[in-house]
Design a protein around this ligand. Structure first.
Ligand code: NAD
Length: 448
């Protein structure tokens, strides 16, 4: 499970040894610590003359307590770059992006962040080509950056300028340590915006997490609790001991349930209603693999994976949203987060069942998003790449090592990286982000 290279790297002697042996040494990633700065250093801000986000970007940085620089002092090293590329028209205009980023690339701090803000590509060819070009730029730059730095594109729809705070803070912060090469879209919404307590954005809310006995789910539960939520932890009755440990550690409660059982959706709904009056955040995290090539796969291996990873998610979601006699148990303004996988985007040999189930989740969130917008409920998915858990520890050694290294950050992620992304998507401040799948994969080369 543990990454031997990372272990060696943690000492100076180990790092020297690896360098002498010519082994590429992945940079240690800086992750969020409670009480630490939201954005850990000055941000060099730029934009096109027609850009519409300059004021909003500066407002977000001021709110986060980060210094916004409009030019770099001699020898200065920014922690991040934020470039407002909205309003670009035609190929020539893209030179403005080059002119801003090129001179400062070598000076970006280790663990730095690059965020390009752009328009959502529209119907006008000259505008659309420029807006779409930003995607190729950011994905390519993500592959060039070193030292644990990341690069993303934030597409901002018309009328969504006031909603960039939560996405921009997340992408500039250590919370997004293992997220790179992503395109996040924020769009106008009817959700009312209340002042945000950034250190506890989920305070007062109730969250439920499936598969919370161990691995990613246990850490998701922990991070949601850290962010202020009261958390209900769900897992198989056979995992009751682990489930109780998670619940106890985070001051939450446990509900042992097999999510594929016929009565599971009804039991979950009844529990959340009876104990809390409803639920604000539901995280579908439980998932399994039964890997085998299709020719050798048994019907049971196909059925169980499809049912745990996709069928149960669909049934429970429908039940949480059902009107029933006393209205839906998922409250207005709430959030659903599904756990997809890079396997559902790129496909993996021996995983037709898993790949189908995880791709199905991407379709599910995309289709549900517009249906839930009226109630200001957001539904998104995270797609983890290689995350250090029991699931990946069971992989054959060579497959495991390849999975760890084949991404722009050259290492596996930690459960907390997925958990931070889930918590960000779950927060009401992330209004305007719905129907999307955010990869937490260090910009995996698979399916990129
Ligand atoms: P894990 O095997 O460590 O934990 C999964 C949890 O789900 C377990 O506690 C298990 O008991 C629970 N679970 C399984 N079937 C259940 C059922 N029928 N009812 C209730 N609970 C059930 O896995 P993990 O690595 O923590 O993965 C969590 C999620 O992330 C899964 O959906 C997985 O597909 C996804 N994912 C993981 C990785 C990775 O690298 N670890 C990569 C991509 C996606």
């Amino acid at each position: 499970m543990s990454d031997f290279l990372q272990h060696l790297m943690s000492s100076r002697a180990g790092r020297a040894l690896l360098r002498r042996a010519g082994v590429p040494v992945p940079a240690p990633l800086v992750r969020h610590t409670p009480g630490g700065p939201a954005i850990p250093g000055p941000v060099l801000v730029g934009g096109t003359p027609k850009g519409r986000l300059g004021t909003a970007v500066k407002g977000v940085l001021a709110d986060a307590g980060a210094e916004a620089l409009t030019s770099l002092p001699e020898g200065g090293r920014p922690a991040a770059l934020a470039f407002d590329a909205t309003g670009l028209t035609g190929a020539g205009a893209l030179a403005e992006l080059y002119a801003f980023t090129h001179p400062v690339m070598r000076g970006l701090s280790p663990g730095g962040r690059v965020v390009v803000l752009g328009d959502v590509p529209g119907p006008k060819p000259a505008d659309a080509l420029a807006a779409q070009a930003l995607e190729g730029f950011t994905r390519s730059l993500g592959k060039e950056l070193r030292g644990g730095a990341t690069c993303q594109l934030l597409q901002v729809g018309p009328g969504a300028e006031h909603l960039i705070g939560s996405p921009l803070r997340f992408l500039l912060s250590p919370r997004s340590a293992y997220v790179s090469g992503q395109v996040v879209r924020v769009e106008a919404t009817t959700a009312s915006s209340a002042p945000v307590r950034w250190e506890a954005p989920l305070s007062g809310s109730v969250a439920a997490v499936t598969g919370a006995a161990r691995g990613i789910g246990a850490v998701v539960a922990e991070v949601l609790a850290r962010d202020g939520a009261t958390v209900v932890c769900l897992d198989l009755p056979s995992q009751e001991a682990g489930l109780a440990r998670t619940a106890q550690r985070i001051g939450g409660t446990a509900l042992p349930v097999d999510i594929t059982a016929g009565d599971a959706p009804g039991r979950i709904r009844a529990h959340l209603r009876a104990e809390f009056g409803g639920v604000d955040v539901f995280v579908h995290n439980a998932g399994i693999t039964r890997d085998r090539t299709l020719a050798r796969m048994s019907p049971q291996e196909w059925d169980t994976v499809l049912d745990v990873n996709l069928g149960a998610v669909h049934r429970i979601t429908a039940t949480l949203l059902a009107e029933g006699q006393d209205g839906p148990v998922l409250r207005d303004g709430g959030a659903l987060v599904c756990t997809s996988s890079i396997g559902g985007i790129a496909g993996n040999r021996g995983q037709t069942n898993y790949g189908a189930s995880k791709a199905g989740l991407i379709g599910l969130v995309r289709a549900y998003a517009p249906l839930l917008a009226e109630r200001s409920i957001r539904i998104n998915a995270v797609a983890p790449g290689f995350i250090e858990t029991d699931m990946t520890a069971r992989m054959p050694l060579l497959v495991r090592e390849a999975g760890r290294r084949m991404n722009s950050l050259g290492q596996g992620g930690l459960p907390v990286d997925v958990a931070e992304t889930v918590a960000w998507l779950a927060a009401p401040a992330t209004a305007g982000v719905s129907g999307q799948t955010i990869r937490v994969c260090g910009q995996s080369l698979l399916g990129a």
